[in-house]
Ligand binder design. Structure first.
Ligand code: GDP
Length: 297
């Protein structure tokens, strides 16, 4: 299924109810607003986000009055489009780079969300921008994760710093950073252990790694398939360790869109990048305006 497919057709139902109307009124937007609300909830957008969205769109819709040459349904599409862009953070949120020395990007996330893949994708993405990077294998609990990072590093031709499973992640991170400084690497990307669920040990370890590195970016990798739960995760990680943004993965899957639409509004943190597949080139910036365009079909 095309992502947002259901949301797009749900919204279409709203515009269709305005065919033949001359102007948007308090009365004739009731049904369309109900459709929009339903479509957003079915896309798994967080309820408080839906409420605020509906209120804002309704207020604007009854305020626009008659605009010559513009049909009411087109007016509503325009308002919804602008609100969707705003909801997703407005402008694109670029990665931030350190003014001097290597930029450190710490990646966190639950197991299976695509964190290890993102490490290599990000290195590849930066390479295309002319930046060198190094991956640091900080997931010391799963030897397979270290092996996977090494293999992916080879695939994108980027060095990987690993020190086995007996060294503390914060120590590996420190060593990796030193190595990167020695080699004049532009960006150090640190992989960390993911668990199936949030637990205290995970958070404590992340805090320690963060203290050891003073990273420029702390990005939480979240799976788009988790819907509005993604927004709750970003909020929790932000409160616990302080993050600078999120990377949304698996946008190529049949996620309904709730994650993309809820993260910024719920957590206050922007989605900076999105993953759209398993290939190394499948990572790109998150463009709220393009995303809104896709939603509106
Ligand atoms: P980690 O446990 O968070 O490190 O997750 P991995 O990087 O090992 O990824 C878990 C699985 O998800 C792997 O099979 C990846 O190929 C797959 N994966 C990661 N990102 C994406 C994505 O954007 N789209 C799709 N379809 N699969 C992805």
């Amino acid at each position: 299924a095309e992502m947002f497919g259901q949301l797009t057709s749900g919204l279409e139902a709203a515009w269709n109810k305005l065919k033949g109307e001359e102007v948007l009124t308090k009365e004739n937007i009731v049904e369309p607003m109900r459709d929009i609300r339903r479509a957003l909830l079915e896309a798994d957008v967080s309820l408080p986000v839906v409420r605020r969205f509906i209120q804002s769109v309704s207020e604007q819709a009854v305020g626009v009055g008659l605009i010559r040459g513009v049909r009411p349904d087109q007016q509503l599409v325009k308002i919804v489009n602008e609100e969707l862009v705003k909801l997703m953070g407005g402008d694109v949120s670029e990665l931030v780079f350190a003014k001097s020395g290597p930029t450190v990007i710490l990646l966190a996330g639950l197991q299976g969300v695509g964190k290890t893949t993102v490490c290599a994708k990000l290195a590849y993405y930066l390479k295309k921008q002319g930046k060198s990077s190094m991956l640091v294998a900080g997931d010391v609990y799963r030897p397979a994760a270290i092996d996977q990072l090494v293999i992916l590093g080879q695939q994108v031709d980027v060095p990987v710093y690993a020190a086995g499973t007996d060294v503390k992640p914060s120590e590996i991170a420190r060593q990796g950073l030193e190595e990167a400084i020695k080699n004049n690497i532009d960006v150090v990307i640190v992989d960390t252990a993911g668990r199936l669920q949030i637990d205290k040990a995970m958070m404590d370890e992340l805090k320690e790694v963060k203290r050891a590195l003073n990273p420029t970016e702390v990005l939480l990798v979240v799976d788009a398939m988790t819907g509005q739960e993604a927004a709750a995760l970003v909020t929790t990680f932000n409160v616990e360790i302080g993050i600078t943004g999120a990377i949304l993965t698996k946008l190529d899957g049949d996620s309904r869109g709730g994650a993309a639409l809820s993260v910024k509004e719920v957590s206050g943190k922007p989605i900076k990048l999105v993953g759209r597949g398993e290939r190394m080139e499948d990572l790109e910036p998150f463009y709220p305006d393009r995303m809104a365009g896709r939603i509106l079909g």
